[in-house]
Design a protein around this ligand. Structure first.
Ligand SMILES: [Zn+2]
Ligand SMILES: [Zn+2]
Length: 139
């Protein structure tokens, strides 16, 4: 594991470095699948038998407070986590449940009904049917 990279990221953000934080950060960086806390826990547990679910939740909580991890409530039932390295939007396939990243260029700020506000972030989700499901191969 590229410990140095993640140690650096934690330090740069003024966070204490712990093995669990490194593991969770690496997992999210390498698996852009928007996992649930449970997905992360079950995968990391294989190599870290002593890991508890509470620890995973605590780590996700602090990583999101420091802005390293984005919490998505797109499915409406459970939180999904994303390594927030770049701003992007999310699309949920209501057929297979997959969440994919979408990058929208030049969101029309001038189209805002109320002008004069300084918009810095846009949150919101897109839902529909993904490419694979439309072709009948999703699942
Ligand atoms: Zn789909
Ligand atoms: Zn994403």
């Amino acid at each position: 594991m590229d410990t140095e990279k993640y140690t650096g990221i934690l330090r740069e953000n003024g966070m204490k470095v712990t093995p669990q934080r490194l593991e969770v950060l690496r997992f999210l960086d390498e698996n852009r699948i928007h996992p649930t806390a449970d997905d992360i826990y079950r995968t990391l547990k294989k190599d870290n038998p002593s890991l508890s679910k509470t620890t995973v939740y605590n780590v996700l909580d602090i990583l999101s407070k420091y802005g390293l991890v984005e919490v998505l409530t797109i499915s409406g039932t459970e939180s999904r986590y994303d390594y927030g390295s770049t701003r992007h939007q999310h699309f949920l396939c209501t057929s297979c449940g997959r969440i994919v990243d979408i990058h929208i260029k030049g969101l029309c700020m001038d189209c805002m009904p109320e002008k004069g506000h300084k918009v810095e972030e846009v949150h919101g989700y897109f839902k529909g049917t993904c490419r694979d499901c439309l072709k009948g191969i999703g699942g």
